[in-house]
Design a protein around this ligand. Sequence first.
Ligand SMILES: *Cc1c(COP(=O)(O)O)cnc(C)c1O
Length: 417
Amino acid sequence: MTSAIEKTDKEVFELIAGEQRRQAGSIRLIPSENYVSKAVMEATGSCLTNKYAEGYPTKRYYEGQQFTDQIEILACRRAEALFGADGANVQPHSGSEANLAAYSALAEPGETIMGLALPHGGHLTHGWKVSYTGKFFKSVQYELDAKTGRLDYDKIEGLAKEHKPKILISGSSAYPREIDFSKFDEIAKRVGAYHISDMAHIAGLVAGGVHMSPIPYSDVVTTTTHKTLRGPRGGMILFKEACAKAINKSVFPGLQGGPHMHTISALAVALKEAATPAFQAYAQQIVKNARRLAEKLMAYGFDLVSGGTDNHLILIDLRNKGLAGKPLAKALDRAHIVSNYNSVPGDTAGPFNPSGLRLGTPAMTTRGMKEAEAEQVATWIHTIAENLENESVIEKTGKEVQDLCSRFPVPDLLIQN
Ligand SMILES: *Cc1c(COP(=O)(O)O)cnc(C)c1O
């Protein structure tokens, strides 16, 4: 880390250094997190943070765009090529803003949107009631099948026929199975809805060819850039040519002011990285690691929602073990295994003490861990679950975890210890 921060602000320097050590010394299983490359990190911290670029390339409201225009065009062309999209908007500041911009482009306030309910794995911005997406629009929510823990496309179609949404949203933050975007598209076409897919969690898997792409089956695809895709924090919208004008107007001037050009430059770098064979191998390994982790957890008697995983994430339903998500997540964190507690389908416990634990393999895969390490992680989770109150077991496990971490250094993190 640069000593300029240390010189100017010792306090913040120490906190960042602490976070860097935490990231290096723990197994991070939050499925939406990752480690970006040093190149992405450098672009994020570059002089582009100094530049205003309201508008779009060649149509800006400020001068001095000799380099910013080229950077944004490069990011868009790389996104379009990587995902096979007609067009891309790389300006959304986050996944949530990408969603609000996409809905606002295709529906008027008060019209109906239909997405997956939050406790069933949908994102807040898929129309959940506390999100403005659930207030500005009339929101209808579909749920997973209670028995199988899977999407029930017939039920979704029935609900869509009943409510005739203007927009049907596919995509999820906690669904461990492959999503059939073509089925969503058929349903949307039958009821005259736009189909917006939110691939925030799986964008890297789609880029790596290990998940069905939503692009051919969607009017608009929204995503974050920092999850499996392994870019800087941000959002992005990919669209069919027919939606180009509406989407671009909706992002700017509809919702945002100046784009974060430092983030967009880092996204361009990440998209170049994502087009390499090494990235494909990473995407394949994410899925292999998740499968092995899931198998081993089930062998220890953990009940996984839907009975396993097809992608990068696993949702454990802890009710058969008589455990809740939060105490387990907290004990795991003390052992340097970082996860998050989560609702499971049919959860009667509230969102602050839900019955599930959500795990994902992107970050551990980025640091080179493979199936053997995934198995070891399952064993540690089992050990901690059996010893929630036993601090000496937790501490001993934490030491083993840190030993493993030191054998798999985080690529390009500058401080290690
Ligand atoms: C993470 C996520 C988002 C929101 O991303 P932010 O950048 O945190 O706003 C939107 N949709 C889905 C499906 C997500 O998982």
